[in-house]
Design a protein around this ligand. Structure first.
Ligand SMILES: *Cc1c(COP(=O)(O)O)cnc(C)c1O
Length: 388
């Protein structure tokens, strides 16, 4: 399974196996509860689903404009003002095929071969692959448990003459961390001092708990001019299969990203773009309800994992929890995750695959809790056997 594929370009050989595919396969084979991959097991709000059906029936089935339908670009700008006070011109919004395409197009557009991209590890696996595809070089700054903070000196040390940009994900997958205002200020300071661009991945923007709020980096002084802000509707509206995302940045920066985007997909998802207008304009009660529901689930699963004997780390955002498996006698999360379906019928993800520093994440695993409460309770019940 680890033999190189003779057809694949060399720089991508190391990116063939997705841990999500491996663990989801294991879940299917064993009938285990899949707390590995992060997709919800319920549908999003019915008015959003109805809007998609209505859009198909109303004939919105041909190529939408390459930058996205004007109504959605306006809705993104309105959303940024409503939640963050950000002043975004709809002309500077680009609709994409999920946040994934906006991330890919940004890196391909902005990074020359040999230039360096600073990421915080553990990182979302797409980042490593897309940086490689662009011919860029990844430089990692390690987030350290239990709170996954980073050392500002590590960030400074990761910057060199070839650094082009910082890629920031907050709220953060896979740790559930939300970058603090001090940390955001440090990132902004470094970006300004070294004249770097920043690409932000904010797909979990509406999932923060414990009274913590998400702050887009673009709201910090001087940062709107050098930040590409990216998000999507998949996580916020329970529609991960629709793949409607967006990015905004100052005019010439988003134009650069769009130059690549138009040659990747050109455009996609006409009826889903319509429905996303309805979604972004939902009332505040939808967004507070979403966070309240997940907050309660986080607490439930956090308690369940602790009762099962794991060392659970704080996770004020996203719908993931991480935990250390050493109290259960494992020192490698990969071994734990391969054993877990057989031992108690649950699937989790080993975080070490998201690190360059293999030691830093070796014994940490991730559980996704974006599932129905009865599914989570059943999973916690099964896990409770581990403590015995
Ligand atoms: C899910 C996810 C994405 C992908 O978003 P899409 O809109 O489905 O493309 C990007 N970044 C992070 C951190 C994610 O968890």
């Amino acid at each position: 399974m680890n033999d190189p594929n003779p057809h694949l370009v060399e720089r991508m050989q190391g990116h063939r196996l997705s841990i999500f595919a491996e663990m989801s396969m294991l879940a299917l084979e064993t009938g285990a509860i899949n707390l590995g991959q992060g997709f919800p097991d319920t549908d999003g709000p019915s008015e959003v689903l109805d809007a998609a059906v209505a859009a198909i029936r109303a004939g919105h089935n041909q190529y939408p404009p390459d930058r996205g339908i004007p109504e959605l670009r306006q809705a993104v700008a309105d959303h940024q003002r409503r939640f963050y006070g950000l002043d975004v011109d709809p002309a500077d919004v680009m609709v994409s095929t999920g946040a994934s395409e906006a991330l890919g197009a940004s890196i391909l557009a902005l990074v020359e071969p040999g230039q360096e991209v600073v990421v915080f590890e553990p990182y979302f696996d797409l980042y490593a692959a897309i940086i490689e595809l662009a011919g860029g070089v990844r430089r990692s700054v390690t987030l350290r448990a239990p709170d996954y903070s980073f050392d500002e000196a590590d960030l400074e040390a990761a910057i060199g003459p070839d650094t082009r940009l910082i890629l920031l994900n907050t709220p953060h997958n896979p740790t559930g961390k939300v970058f603090s205002s001090d940390e955001l200020a440090a990132i902004a300071r470094v970006a300004l001092q070294h004249d770097l661009l920043v690409v932000t991945d904010e797909v979990y923007e509406h999932m923060t708990y414990d009274g913590i709020r998400h702050v887009p980096l673009a709201t910090l002084p001087g940062m709107a001019d050098r930040t590409v802000t990216i998000s999507s509707g998949g996580k916020s509206f329970g529609t991960t299969g629709w793949k409607v995302g967006w990015a905004h940045a100052k005019s010439d920066l988003i134009q650069a990203v769009h130059t690549i985007k138009q040659h990747l997909t050109f455009t996609s998802g006409a009826p889903f773009q319509r429905a996303m207008v309805t979604a972004l304009n939902l009332g505040d009660d939808y967004f507070t309800g979403l966070a309240a529901d997940l907050w309660a689930k986080r607490d439930r699963v956090s308690a369940g994992l602790a009762a099962a004997g794991l060392d659970v780390y704080p996770a004020p955002g996203t719908y993931y929890l991480t935990a250390d498996v050493r109290p259960l006698g494992y020192d490698d999360g990969m071994d734990f995750c391969r054993d877990l379906p057989g031992r108690c019928g649950v699937v989790a993800i080993p975080n070490r695959v998201f690190y360059d520093d293999q030691q830093a994440g070796r014994s940490i695993v991730r559980f996704a809790y974006c599932k129905r409460i009865e599914v989570l309770d059943e999973a916690m019940d099964r896990l409770s056997g581990l403590a015995a």
